[in-house]
Write a protein that binds this ligand. Sequence first.
Ligand code: PMP
Length: 362
Amino acid sequence: MSYERENIKRLKAYTPGEQPRAAEIIKLNTNENPYPPVEAIMHSLTEVQGEQLRKYPPATAQEFRDSAAKAHDVQSSQIIATNGSDELLRLAITCYCEPSGDTEGTQGGLGLTDPTYSLYNVLANIHDTPMFVVPLEDEYAMPADLAKQWNDAGCKLAMIVNPHAPSGRAYSLDQIKQIASDFNGIIIVDEAYADFAEEDAVELVKENSGFDNVLISRTLSKGYSLAGLRFGYGIAPAPIIDTLDKARDSYNTDYISQKLATAAINAREDVAKSWDKVKSERSRVEKALVAMGYKVYPSQTNFLLAMPPVDAPDAETIYQKLAEKYIFIRHFDHPNMCDKIRISMGTPAQNDALLKALEELK
Ligand code: PMP
């Protein structure tokens, strides 16, 4: 006897990258930051007192919102704090997408591209909302009529990742603006990797930007070396934040994470030093891979997507052979991704070990 709802019965859950336990592994598979959280963050952890844990945490994470607002030059009312940015994405679907039983075809559903961050599809299936998926073009370019296709399908919410995952490609601010103005619903710009990019879309959510339908998603998991903390946030016009706020858990972020996240945002300048190191490794590893004959996709993230040359083993074999050497990268079992590998940038020593292992595989 199964007591599950039909859509949960059908659900294929999200597959996270492996989290092996051995200490000696080189872990380049889930786009974590290879450097530890900065001193100011770790210091704030030492200040946590039992008395603060006895009480419920501040419900709206006001201190964090004030700091994030200052960092992005927006109002606090334009920030929502969430349990990882994954929670923000889930909240947006809850608030804006119609469950399929209440709607016809793809009306009221979620607009996506293919490929994209694979969790979006899972979240839509959990909510049981219809999806309309538009394939990206060569080199992961967005089709010029992307917003029109979503409009024609009746989508009320759409998600794009910029810079794009899993390719690393950055779309220009002009392209994002065009989509926001053409699309009839709310557009989420998932900027999980914006800390490693040249541009972001924050100006589109500022007061007087002329847009009322842009929601930016940010995370502290990558840029701030805090994937274990689970802290993300949204930046949007205040009415969007008010909507999301109604549907979140009352205490969706805990006291410790609020405190550390606030310290992290306030230490942004110091944190940014790791972004520079990651970016310089990104260009060094890219050059080395190209010299080995790999096709490497231009990236503005902390990872590289690469297609092995014909004289190397195929992508899946490379993934397996590296795992045998305790070097973990990512391989996606997805139609137009399975001939490529995705490598998160590690420290120079970790990247050297990876490059050496790849050389030996040829
Ligand atoms: N968006 C994208 C594009 C990601 O790659 C990830 C990390 N897997 C997330 C969001 C989720 O980040 P968080 O750790 O904040 O939930």
